[in-house]
Design a protein. Structure first.
Length: 340
């Protein structure tokens, strides 16, 4: 551990002291959960889905706005860590020369059509037989062409589909059996069915949730971003479902996938987690993302809607990045994260 990392880790010492005291106080009650990773992953992921469902069904605008402001930047770091750094995709020359410039181009001209065209191109660079990668590349290119018929609808669909990315990666690359994934997937399916098909009168929406002055959020704008319909009920269902899936997406990247990626069964202390993070992505990038997290959250207190818009423009490229990295790793039959 470098001196700079040691100084930064020293700031986390009080949290580790609190954690140790809490674990000693709970004792045998939590010991089984600490030893059994699969049970802990199943519990944490299931609770995350339930909490996301309650929040999205009660305060969809608040959840859809505050999620990116608080958890957005950390989840971008998780993308880089688990999909790029740990599988060492950033060290492959063909990806450096071809995909990095293409990602920048997509960031400059964001659209679902461009993102899927990039996926089609990336599939061709996977180190596998043509019989595996050509059909997937052709399919992505065909979907990209369809997206050009109605770009706005395609962007809405892409935003919803992106939220399923972590679920798909977790299911595909789950450690051992997929038994720990099933409870959360079932709960997610049940939550989706409730939000999309429960009678409108039974939706547990807070009375002030869609008020124009509530948290200084433009309800009509967020509703239009998550659906393309003039039916107010379905527009509401769209934003509720988007907020729900987005919250689950963040929870998976920030809590569940780190559990899957860790070599030892028990959770790490905070300082050990920081050391593992800096080993994966480096101290400068860690400090940069910590600073960005604080900046986005602080600015969000003053101008939540504007800050959310700025964050989404900045972070758009991570959606194509998740798709491209996932496609390469799936085609090559590799795990995205390398436990250590």
């Amino acid at each position: 551990m470098t001196p700079a990392t040691q100084r930064l880790a020293g700031l986390l010492a009080p949290l580790d002291t609190l954690r140790s005291g809490l674990l000693r106080a709970l004792g045998p009650r939590v010991a089984p959960w600490l030893r059994d990773r699969a049970a802990r992953v199943a519990l944490v992921s299931s609770l995350s889905v339930v909490v996301a469902l309650v929040g999205a069904s009660r305060e969809p605008l608040l959840v859809a706005t505050c999620g990116p402001l608080i958890l957005g930047v950390p989840h971008l770091l998780a993308d880089v860590r688990y999909l790029v750094a740990q599988p060492a995709l950033h060290r492959r020359r063909e990806l450096q020369l071809c995909i990095a410039p293409a990602l920048i181009a997509v960031a400059c001209s964001p659209s679902a059509a461009h993102a899927l065209a990039l996926v089609a191109f990336t599939a061709l660079l996977a180190r596998c037989s043509p019989a595996k990668k050509l059909p997937l590349s052709a399919l992505a290119l065909a979907v990209s062409a369809v997206c050009r018929l109605d770009p706005q609808l395609a962007d809405v669909c892409f935003a919803h589909a992106h939220n399923f990315g972590a679920l798909a990666l977790w299911w595909w690359f789950a450690r051992g059996t997929r038994g720990q994934v099933a409870p959360a997937l079932v709960l997610f399916a049940v939550g989706t069915a409730c939000l999309l098909f429960l009678p409108a009168a039974q939706l547990p929406l807070s009375s002030h949730a869609l008020s124009p002055s509530h948290f200084r959020i433009d309800a009509s704008r967020l509703l239009s971003e998550s659906s393309r319909t003039d039916d107010s009920t379905w527009a509401l269902r769209g934003i509720m479902f988007f907020a729900f899936a987005q919250s689950v997406h963040y929870a998976l990247w920030l809590r569940v996938i780190p559990e899957e990626a860790r070599a030892q069964r028990a959770p790490r202390p905070f300082r050990a987690s920081l050391y593992a993070l800096t080993t994966d992505v480096g101290l400068p990038l860690t400090v940069l993302f910590v600073g960005l997290t604080i900046y986005v959250a602080a600015r969000g207190l003053l101008a939540p809607e504007l800050t959310r818009d700025d964050y989404l423009r900045f972070a758009y490229v991570h959606g194509p990045l998740e798709l491209c990295a996932g496609v390469v790793l799936a085609l090559e039959g590799r795990r995205p994260w390398q436990p250590h």
